[in-house]
Design a protein around this ligand. Structure first.
Ligand SMILES: NC(=O)c1ccc[n+]([C@@H]2O[C@H](COP(=O)([O-])OP(=O)(O)OC[C@H]3O[C@@H](n4cnc5c(N)ncnc54)[C@H](O)[C@@H]3O)[C@@H](O)[C@H]2O)c1
Length: 429
C-alpha cells in the first residue's frame, strides 16, 4: 500500500477538513495524491478558492496543493487510505455525540475495498474505534477487519493559533490493528511528521493517550482556577504567586482562565462516559470539569460586585468584553465560556458589548444570538479582557480609560496588564 501511495498509484483521503483535517491533507498533499472530503459545501468552495475558513493556513499553503476537494462519495471511492478527522462533540447532557464520527464511518464503509486502510484521528474514548467504528465498517462493507482491510488510530496534537508547535515538528502517536497496519500507517505519517512517531502498542493505548493529554490540562487548569478563587479571598494576585512558585524546577506551569473550545473542555467527558460504563465514577476529572465550567459565571459575579461597590446601579450598567474566542489568536468560538459571562451579566441587568480581534460577528450571531461590536463606544462601567489576542497585549491604561466612565473597572483574566494599571480598579484571576 505505502509504495503504491508514494507512486500515486493509490490515493489517500482525509475526511473532515477542519482544524485537524485540513493541515494534514495539505501536508500529505505535498507527497501523495490526496482527496479532501467534507460534507460542508460552503467550506469546500472556500478551499477550492484557496482560502482556509479557519484562517489557520496561509493562502500560499493552499495554493501549492493539488488536493481534490469534494463531497462526492463516488470521488471518495477512488481512495485506498482513509483518514477520518471529523468532530467529536458532546451533547447537552455532556455525553459523547458520536453522530459525525459514525456518519463519516458509514460513508467510508460504503466505499471500502479489500486492501484499504482506515485511520481515525478524531478524539474519542479508549475503545471507541474498535467497539463503535470498526464493527460499522465491517457491517456495511461486508469486509473483515484485519483480514480484508486494516485500521488504526493516530490522535492529532494540533494546537490552533500556535505557529511554533506544528504538525511537522510535534511527535505524533500512531497505532494499528496489527504489525502490517502499524508499519503502513507509520510510513505514511513519517512523510509529514519530521519530529518522529511514537508507535503505541494498541489502538486503545493511542486513544487513551490522547484523551489524558487534554484531561490532564483540564484538571491542572481547574486547580489554578480554584487557587485563584482562594487567593482572591486572601487579597493576593494568583499570577504573582505563580511567578514565585514557578521558580521551582518541578512546578508545573499552568494558569487560571476560561476553558472552552472543542478539546480540553469536551474530551474529559468522553473519558468520564467510558469510566461510568465500567462502573467507576471519576471524582477528580468531574471536579475539574465543575470548576472550569463555573468560571465564566464566577468572573461575571466578581465584576458585578466591583460595579456595585462603586455605588453604581448594576441595572443598565455597561460592560465591554474583549475576546470571545475559546483561546487567543484563533477565530474558533466553539464552546466559548465567554458566553457564560455575557449571560450572567445580563441576568443582573447589565448591558454587555463584546468585541473580538479574530472572530466573525456573523458566526457569533449564529451560534450565540448576539453580534460583535466593531467600534465600541463608551462610557463603560467595566471592561473585561477575556482573551489574550496579540493586539490586546499592547493596550494601555489610556486605551481603556478612553472607553470608560467614572470609577472604571478593568477585569484582566489573563493577568496581562498586571503592574500597568494605576487609575482604574484592577481585578484579575
Ligand atoms: N481543533 C483542535 O485543536 C483539535 C486538536 C486535536 C484533536 N482534535 C480532534 O480532531 C477532531 C476534529 O476536530 P476539528 O477541530 O478539526 O473539527 P472541525 O469542526 O474544525 O472540522 C471538522 C470538519 O469535519 C466535517 N464533517 C463533519 N461531519 C462529517 C462527515 N460525516 N463527513 C465528512 N466531513 C464531516 C465538518 O464539515 C468540518 O469541516 C475532533 O475529534 C477533535 O476533538 C481537535
Amino acid at each position: 500500500m505505502f509504495a503504491e501511495l508514494i507512486k500515486k498509484e493509490k490515493k489517500a483521503a482525509v475526511i473532515g477538513l477542519g482544524y485537524v483535517g485540513l493541515p494534514l491533507a495539505v501536508e500529505l498533499g505535498r507527497k501523495l495524491s490526496v482527496i479532501g472530503f467534507d460534507i460542508n459545501e460552503q467550506r469546500l468552495e472556500q478551499l477550492r478558492q484557496g482560502n482556509d475558513p479557519n484562517k489557520e493556513l496561509p493562502v500560499s499553503a493552499l495554493a501549492e496543493t493539488s488536493i481534490e476537494y469534494t463531497s462526492s462519495v463516488a470521488k471518495l471511492a477512488e481512495a485506498s487510505f482513509f483518514i477520518i478527522a471529523v468532530p467529536t462533540p458532546i451533547d447537552t447532557h455532556n455525553e459523547p455525540d458520536l453522530q459525525p464520527l459514525l456518519s463519516a464511518t458509514r460513508t467510508v464503509a460504503g466505499v471500502l475495498k479489500p486492501g484499504d486502510c482506515v485511520v481515525y484521528e478524531s478524539t474519542v474514548y479508549p475503545g471507541c474505534t474498535e467497539e463503535d467504528c470498526v464493527p460499522l465498517l465491517e457491517q456495511i462493507s461486508g469486509l473483515k477487519a484485519g483480514r480484508d482491510f486494516k485500521y488504526g488510530y493516530s490522535p492529532e496534537r494540533i494546537n490552533p493559533g500556535d505557529k511554533e508547535h506544528t504538525l511537522r515538528n510535534t511527535v505524533k502517536i500512531v497505532s494499528g490493528c496489527d504489525a502490517d497496519a502499524c508499519e503502513c500507517i507509520r510510513r505514511v505519517y513519517s512523510l509529514v511528521v519530521e519530529a518522529g512517531l511514537h508507535v503505541a502498542p494498541s489502538v486503545r493505548v493511542a486513544e487513551a493517550a490522547k484523551i489524558i493529554e487534554n484531561t490532564q490540562r483540564d484538571v491542572n487548569i481547574a486547580l489554578m482556577n480554584e487557587l485563584s478563587i482562594i487567593f482572591d479571598r486572601m487579597g493576593i494576585n494568583t499570577y504573582d504567586v505563580l511567578d514565585a512558585a514557578g521558580t521551582k524546577w518541578n512546578f508545573l506551569h499552568f494558569s487560571p482562565g476560561l476553558v472552552g473550545g472543542h478539546c480540553i473542555g469536551v474530551d474529559p467527558y468522553y473519558l468520564v462516559y467510558k469510566a461510568k460504563e465500567l462502573q467507576y465514577h471519576p471524582k477528580m476529572i468531574n471536579s475539574g470539569r465543575f470548576v472550569n465550567d463555573s468560571m465564566g459565571r464566577y468572573i461575571a459575579k466578581k465584576i458585578v460586585k466591583k460595579i456595585l461597590a462603586q455605588g453604581k446601579n448594576i441595572l443598565g450598567a455597561r460592560v465591554l468584553i474583549l475576546g470571545v474566542t475559546f483561546k487567543e489568536n484563533v477565530c474558533d468560538i466553539r464552546n466559548t465560556k465567554v458566553v457564560d459571562m455575557v449571560s450572567e451579566f445580563q441576568d443582573f441587568g447589565a448591558r454587555v458589548d463584546v468585541m473580538d480581534a479574530c472572530a466573525s460577528s456573523e458566526d457569533v450571531q449564529k451560534a450565540y444570538g448576539f453580534p460583535l461590536v466593531e467600534h465600541p463606544e463608551g462610557p463603560y462601567d467595566a471592561i473585561v479582557v477575556a482573551v489574550a489576542h496579540t493586539p490586546y497585549l499592547s493596550l494601555t491604561e489610556d486605551d481603556f480609560l478612553s472607553l470608560s466612565g467614572d470609577k472604571p473597572i478593568l477585569g484582566d483574566l489573563k493577568g496581562i496588564y498586571r503592574g500597568r494599571i494605576h487609575r482604574m480598579i484592577y481585578w484579575s484571576l
